[in-house]
Design a protein around this ligand. Structure first.
Ligand SMILES: [Mn+2]
Length: 437
């Protein structure tokens, strides 16, 4: 036991003042015909929860994540597995996500790293069988090691490129071994600092080649899940190639990868791109590529990726509105989030997940109420009513020409008016549903 003072976290309802209880996440509660736990397949992020100790550019760790072992050893790697499964069990979290280097200390020689990955994945597999907890997705960290300073798929060095290929191959092996539903490419350093030293077309072609080889290999070893791109506009590189969902979808289509890939949308990455979280979810959904979500939030006053636990219920509500409208996710909700540096106790890790799970549960409840209320949907339906018949229907059915539309406009007699967008009324509807009492 690593969290002996923490009980199993139960649902106690919104009136509860118990800090170690869910206020809104009631796993079995039926929302729109399905239990909450099916709408919200939550995942624990191995890296933030079991590895990150609060280090920032100005100071070292504040949190002890040694779990009674010496960091950098396989004993520590196993202690993290034990702590992680205890943590997930206590919260009722059904999935986890990992990078290769989160689960073992990286060795000088990749053959030794791979041997460690075999050993730890055997250990994880036993824990999975004991608990029923599953793997949502795996990935390779191709940005932390200095060799990836110029990117992985986008690197200028063919030797480094091969190293990236080796890591992807092994991370896919482990993901398949653990039954992962997805495999993620977050383009950590796939981007550039200056065009004075960069051939953008060459680099993007090479990224696509690496992804194609990954798909071919993954399918050859029985991986049937989705590959994901996780867009991010900047940080660490000034220009990241997977800027946002629209950019990443265009890239996938250009290189014929769109059948095997979907989006893993992270809230904080969308807002760094100058979008709302909801915008990138919608763009993914209308392109049939809403796969999975990195559930966190950023800080609108800061220009970097703060990876905070979701707290903003407007955002979780509009996220769940998009997810419900899209018919759910093929992936899940991975808490790519870390406690703030001063929240350094192990109990804070539980408070953080309780906050995040409750924020999404409340978002789900409220999104379902917005849909069942119907005022938003019926307003949007009505807003486009002019395309239902007459000249509008001809436009929709591709049964007209520019000349016919021009003649129609000339015969109209008065200036056309599109009608009020009623944004303030609609925002009032949302508030009346969110703050009903
Ligand atoms: Mn992030």
């Amino acid at each position: 036991m690593y969290f002996e003072n923490i009980p199993t976290i139960k649902y106690e309802g919104p009136e509860s003042t118990n800090p170690l209880a869910f206020k809104f996440y009631d796993a079995e509660k039926i929302i729109m015909g399905k239990p909450m736990k099916e709408h919200l397949p939550f995942a624990m992020a191995w890296w933030h929860n079991l590895c990150a100790g609060g280090t920032d550019m100005f100071g070292r760790d504040t949190t002890d994540k040694s779990f009674g072992a010496v960091p950098g050893t396989m004993e520590h790697a196993k202690a993290k597995v034990d702590a992680g499964f205890e943590f997930m069990q206590k919260l009722g979290i059904p999935y986890f996500c990992f990078h290769d280097v989160d689960i073992v200390p990286e060795a000088e020689d990749i053959k030794e790293t791979n041997r460690r990955l075999d050993e730890i994945s055997d250990y994880i597999l036993v824990k999975m069988q004991e608990t029923g907890i599953k793997c949502l997705w795996g990935t390779a960290n191709m940005f932390g090691n200095p060799r990836f300073m110029n990117g992985a798929g986008s690197t200028n060095s063919a030797d480094v490129y091969c190293f990236a290929a080796a890591q992807i191959k092994k991370a896919l092996d482990i993901t398949v071994k653990l039954g992962g539903k997805g495999y993620v490419f977050w383009g950590g350093r796939e981007g550039y600092e200056t065009l004075l030293n960069t051939d953008v077309k060459f680099e993007q072609e090479n990224i696509a080649k690496l992804m194609k080889m990954a798909v071919t290999y993954g399918r050859s070893i029985g991986f049937e899940g989705d590959f994901y791109i996780e867009p991010k506009p900047k940080e660490p590189m000034k220009h990241q190639y997977d800027f946002d969902a629209a950019t990443a979808i265009g890239f996938l289509r250009q290189y014929g990868l769109d059948k095997d890939f979907k989006m893993n949308i992270e809230a904080n990455h969308a807002t760094l791109a100058g979008h709302t979280f909801q915008h990138d979810l919608r763009i993914s959904a209308i392109n049939g590529m809403l796969g999975s979500i990195d559930a966190n939030q950023g800080d609108y006053l800061l220009g970097w990726d703060t990876d905070e636990f979701p707290f903003n219920v407007y955002e979780t509500t509009m996220c769940m509105y998009e997810v419900l409208k899209a018919g759910g996710l093929t992936g899940g909700f991975n808490f790519d989030a870390k406690t703030r540096r001063p929240s350094y106790t192990h109990e804070d890790m539980f408070h953080a997940y309780i906050l995040g799970m409750d924020a999404f549960a409340l978002g789900l409840i409220k999104a379902a109420e917005i849909i069942e209320d119907g005022r938003i949907d019926s307003f949007i339906e009505e807003r486009y009513a002019s395309y239902k018949e007459g000249i509008g229907a001809k436009i929709r059915n591709d049964e007209t020409t520019l000349e016919e539309l021009a003649a129609y406009a000339e015969n109209m007699g008065s200036v056309a008016h599109p009608g009020s967008g009623r944004q303030e009324y609609l925002e009032g509807v949302v508030n009346s549903i969110l703050f009903r009492y």
